[in-house]
Design a protein around this ligand. Sequence first.
Ligand SMILES: [Zn+2]
Length: 266
Amino acid sequence: MPIIIQDTTMIDQIIAYNKTFVERKAYQKYATDKYPDKRLAVLSCMDTRLTELLPAALGLKNGDAKIIKNAGGLVIAPFDSAMRSMLVAIYELGVNEIMVVAHSNCGACHMSFDHFRHEMLARGITAQTLDTIDRCGFDLNQWLEGFKDTPESVRRTVETIRKHPLVPADVVVRGFIIDSHTGLLEEVIPTLAEYSFTRLCFRADVIEPLNDTDFFAVHTPEGTFKMTKADFYRVFNNVVKTKSYQQDGIYHYSKTPAKALPFLEK
Ligand SMILES: [Zn+2]
């Protein structure tokens, strides 16, 4: 039987819908508990295109993951609300992997405070209020500024979480950009560790502190060799075991081996 909705606001319509939802016991298929079954937290954007697309594209169902959302999917300060939620997810709810998922064509990209200021004044916020906030030492400009470069913004958020003094070292944190239309995930390469040398060499002091999925780059006159620590361990396992690498902390190639060529970017 169709529900006749006479109320005027969207919220009133939702309240009416909610009553029938519960009466029909439509909630039964969502039953789960507060612990994320996949021990995963996802920090993402509040964008409406992602409401259903994000969990569907990641294969997540109710109960699988803690999904934390804000404008842009950002951690903007080490003790902001998104970071607080992640710490709760880690310590109270057993999360041990975190995905930061920004998306293409995000509204928080290229946001500017000038636009906010204009809209706020038009909606009745007085210039005096804005000045008072400014005089209190709160930088609205910085707070409401968007990011310019999506991969760079993801890298910054991933790094803030990874290096957070209260995040345990064994928590995996990886960054992605999801296509807002197709749902395709693309991983954002974490901040590179890099060094230059006259030929290909591997430095233990640079490589060893990295996480397995971190990339490092070796700039040589031949070009730049770029690989993850996991690639290095897989392809150059003989190097890892050498006395040079283990004891002297550096292994040089006098001639570039063929197996290094797939990692060469000219
Ligand atoms: Zn967005």
